[in-house]
Structures are given as C-alpha cells and as structure tokens.
Design a protein around this ligand. Sequence first.
Ligand code: BGC
Length: 758
Amino acid sequence: MIMKRIFEIDPWKVVTHTFNPEDKRLQESMTAIGNDYMGMRGNFEEGYSGDSLQGTYLAGVWFPDKTVVGWWKNGYPKYFGKTPNAPSFIGIGITVNGEKIDLAKVKFDDFELALDMHQGLLTRSFIYEGKDVKVKFEFERFLHIIQKEAALIKVKATVLEGHAKIYFDSTLDGTVVNEDSNYGTRFWIPLGEDKEAKTIQVKTKSNPYDVPQFTVLLKESLRHNGEAVNGEVTTEDAKLSEKFSVDLNENESYELEKDVIVVTSRDVEDKDQKAVANNLMTKLQEKSFEDNLADHTEAWKKRWETSDVEIAGNDAAQQGIRFNICQLFMTYYGEDKRLNVGPKGFTGEKYGGATYWDTEAYIVPMYLAVTKPSVTRALLQYRHDQLPGAYHNAKEQGLPGALFPMVTFNGIECHNEWEITFEEIHRNADIPHAIAMYTDYTGDDSYVKNEGMDVLVGTARFWAARVHWSKWRNKYVIHGVTGPNEYENNVNNNWFTNTMARWLLKYTLQRLPLATKKAQERVHVTEEEKAKWQDIVDKIYLPEDKERGIFLQQDDFLDKDIRPVSEIEDQRPINQHWSWDKILRSPFIKQADVLQGIYFLNDEYTMEQKEKNFDFYEPLTVHESSLSPCIHSILAAELGKQKKAVELYERTARLDLDNYNNDTVDGLHITSMSGSWLAIVQGFAGMRYDHNQLKFNPFVPDDWDHYSFKINYRDRLIEVYVDHEETKITLLKGEDLEVLVKGKKVVLKEGKTECLKD
Ligand code: BGC
C-alpha cells in the first residue's frame, strides 16, 4: 500500500515542486544528506516556524540517557544510548525589507527542492513575494565527502521586482534539545564561544555510567565571490550569530557562501579543536565553493562507478535503488573503522543512531560486494572490540559467555524493553553469522581463525547455557524468547532462534580445529564443552508441522486464529491501529522469521521446504519492519514467483519514497535500504556464493527492459547485465573465474563478456 508519494519520479533526483506544511517532516527525512562523518535532515537554512524536526547528527558521538521504565527489573540496562541532536550550523536567517523569510508565514511561489543523488547535493529555490518586492532565493548545500569536517552552503538572492534590503544572520546554535530526551534534558553544555574565531564549543553532559563525554567545536566563515565577509558577530551561551545587510536593486543578485568546520573529541582533543578547525577552514577556503563541489562530485562519481545499479524501463524502480545506495553511502562508507550503521543513520532521532543486528544481517551481504573486503572486516572487528560489553550483558542475565546487544554504541546493551533486551537473543547468532558470510564470500579465513574464534566461542558458551534440557521432549529447548517477529513475545522454541543457535554451535565446532594456536589457547575450549555443544547440535528441538511441511514459528503458532493479511487490509499498519495485546495474539507477522532462517541458511533447505514455508508465512506477514520485504522478495525470486518478487522489491526499494509504513517522518530506514540491492542481486539475478562457487540464476522483471550491476568478488570486478533475451557477464578486472549461470559453467576472462542466451 503506497501511503504517500511527495517527490516526483526521476532516475537521479528526489525532487518536488510543491511545499505542503503537513508533509514538512516527511520532506525533511527524504532530503537528508550526510558524508558518513555527519549528517542532517533537510531543514531550511532560513528557519521555519511550523512543525519540523531540526536534526543534525555526528557519527560516533552519543549520550547515555537514563532509562525510563514503569517497573524496574533486574538486568535492565541503566541507559539508552542516543545520538544527541547536534549543534545546528546551517542557519542563515533572512529578512527582506523588514519581513522575516519563513515559509510557514510569507507568500512565495515557484518552490523546488531537490536531492541530486549523483553528487549528494541538496538544492532549493523559491520566489518570495513581499510588498512591492519579489526576490528569488536559491540554496545549495553539501557535506564534503573528501574533507569530512566541512559543510558548505550557498544562498543566492536575486531581486526580480522592486528594491530589497536583505539582512542575513548566519548562526551556530548549540542549544539543541533531543525530542526523544527521556527527561527533557539538554544533552549539551556550553564550553565557550569566540567572536573573533567565529566558533562555539559544546560538550555532552556528564553521566554516571563511565561513558566518555564528547566535545564538539563549530567554526563558520562567510564568503562572497571568494572574498571574506565579516558581519557583526554576537554570542550568547552556545550560540553565535553574524549579521550583515546588502541593498539590491531590480535584477541585481548577491551570493553568500557559508563554510562550516565541525571537529569533535573523537579525533581532536578539546584544547586543540580551535586550532585544528582554523587549519581545516584555511584548507577548505583555498578553493572556491565550485571547486570544492567539483572535488566532492568527482569522489561521488567514483563511488557510483562501482556501485550503480542501472534499471532501464522503470524509473520508479531506478529511483528507488539509487536513493537507497546514495543514502547508505551518505551514512557509512567504511572509512572510519570505529563506526557502524544506525537504522536511521543521520536522518532522525528514533533508534538513536545505535548499532543493531541490522548491520550483520542486512548491510554486510551488500557491502561485501560493493566495498573493499576491509570494510566488512572492520564491521566484524567492531563486534570483536565490543566483546567485553557482550560478556557484561550475559552476566547481567546471570549467564556465562558473551551476549551481543540488540542496541548499542559500546557493546553494552541499552535497549529498554524487557521483551527485546532479555528475549530477542537471536541476535547472538545472527551477528556471528556475518563471520561465515565474510569468510565464504572473500575466501579469507584469517579472521575466523583468529579474532573471529573469540566471538564464536564467547557466543557458543552463552547458547550452551541458555538452552535447557526438556525431559518430556528428550530435546534441548529454548524458552522465553522474541524472534525477529516482534509481534510475538516470550514464546518458546522460536524455530529461527533455535536453528540459529544450532548453526552457531555447529559452525564453532567445525571451525575450532582450524583456528590459530594462539586463538585456541585464548578460548581454551574443553573436551567436555565440545561434547556438550555437539549434543545440543544433535538434540535441539526444531518445531515443525510435518503434515503441512512447514517449520513452526514457535510452539503455539498453529493455535492462533490463522487468516491472511488480505482480511485486514483496512486496518494496516496494525501497529498504528491495534492494541499491543491484539497484535501479540494475532497470527500476523511483523517481519521474516522462519523465512529469515531459510534466507540465512539457504543451501540447507530444499526447494520444496522453501516453497511450503513461503506459501504459509508470506500471506501472514504485514512487513511492518522495513527489514521484511527484501527477504521475501529474494525467496520469491528463487521460487520463480516473479510477480511477488517484483512487488516486494518495490516495497523495499521505495519504502521511504512512498512512505509504505507511514513512519518515514521519523527518519529514513537506512539499514533496510541494502534490501533493495539484495533483492536485485540475490533475488532477480539469483546470486549465491556458498561453497567457494559464485552462481547466478537471473531473470528480468516483465516491465523492466534490463538491469545491470557490478560486484567485487575475490579481487575481481564483475559486471552483470540481464535483459529479456540474454545475460551478459563481464570480468572487468582480475584473474579468470569460473561461475555458474543457470547451472551452466562459464569461465570469465578479464576484459571479455560472456553472453548467455535464455
Ligand atoms: C525491527 C528489528 C530491527 C529494528 C531496527 C525493528 O522494527 O523489528 O528487527 O532491528 O527495527 O531496524
């Protein structure tokens, strides 16, 4: 169900010519920009007095906000980690002949707002119509992807009619408050302002949880035609404003550039921040706005060269995939190994920019193919570095071993709902599963043999203690869990959780003898432990209904009043229409659960098993997690259900563009954006890479002419092109490689294209 489409269809742009105040927040989410160092919602430079969420976020900067719960339970995390809404630096207040430009109040025409995905550039223009005056305003804004600390903004005012005295007021504002602050507190305290250097410096509040405080310094500098502009600077706590005016006659125009440098204590000590910001500003201003933009555009071009997915014949599908790739890269490009990928990136406050299992389950499979292997390895290392936190989490639950968190910045669990914190433990196998994906895809087993072994054994020890023996069933069982389907809590024997726990123990046992000597000594697994793990692998209970040929989502699933989602179309999304109790008792599934397991361990199941489970569970699924449609699309494609695969591709690719879940106002669904890439590459092109063999099984959707994409695979760059007559595979770079296409062996040679007719 398309909820709302407020941007036009365009293959390279997200553009609109209408401004509807009711959709302001949605528009802000959709026009967010970032450079994987910082990012912001599409707020207006001149300010806006109507409903809006001013949002600026800095990667890796976070604050532990004290937990709010009605009734404290032992083991609850003490805080919820949040990315504080950072000091805002885009402000350029504008007054024309005494009237403040505020699109919530003034008369204006010819509005355009566009995100150019090719170059990560946000532009906006409108004609202000005042008393006896008309002024056209044009804005450009980008966050430099080479000089990451730099934000560049340009505003051009052109008088179309009359005479205009225009006041500009460029601001830095550190008095920002998170909308989702648990106790309404301000996370930032002012450290000082400097009128001369045009800086403000703020620090996150102190906290009792040993979480480091972060300091941020912002510096601005204004230019006109490349020359410095110095207005009247005033300051107050955590705020700076620089004002000046220009007089313009009809047909005259004025261009103002605002350059901003943002440095944080993640990279620069508090006392050095001003000097470093000065140097960075000097470096930035060695070039004009246009030349900086040209460098930035060139760097984006390089990113697109290896990652663009081209779809001919369907611009809506094309726009969807490009929007998602662009937003993903604006959030995370793997250049800072300390960072991870938050579900909302820099586009909103919900989910607080923290790390979820989304990274391993959804980001890793795509990034393995579109970035260098070192990027995925850094994501794996991120979890390894957080093992102490994972041991802490298990201890909080009274269990041995390591329990990776559902939500975190530092390894310590900070999700504040018991059914997630204590119960959604499937994450503790999904996260290590990325080690297997990395090893299989890259062929590099140096991680699993060493650091990876710490992760596998730590999590294996947790699982071995979390299962218990049921005398009645004569099987190991896992009680009291929440599966990926969060629309059921506290269930027993969630098939997915049990299956993934089994996988983890089995994989650990297989890999352990191959680990380095040092790793083996470090983890020191006893014979008794190994025997216990093997026993669990052999005897864990995996609920199934043999008659129907399906795995059971959990012990009691078949007791539910099972009926298809088509019976409740008018009540969707159910999370916005129904009481929580009604949702929990219903048969409706939020996101892939059994099917998530079949997706992860794809080569372990027969086509018949896949088909029966798909046919049973898909009609019950409401896809109210953005992570859901892509998994279904991939499986539908594998099963030859092409229409369904395409429908679910559209849902995943245009989830935000069409606001399918009616929640894009909160921010974009960044971690599910990889799902559209996966739906094309693993779904339509049927790419698999198990057992050291790269395979494809492509088809092209009926209403597309063709599509093409590129992947990195074991030091090779491969291009795949699929149309209705043939599949063409080109080895653009690297050594010969044998691949399977529709089951047929093909040897790829550098610079050569292999054509396979359908
Ligand atoms: C999903 C989780 C996911 C989280 C963040 C929730 O709605 O159910 O699986 O980790 O969103 O994306």
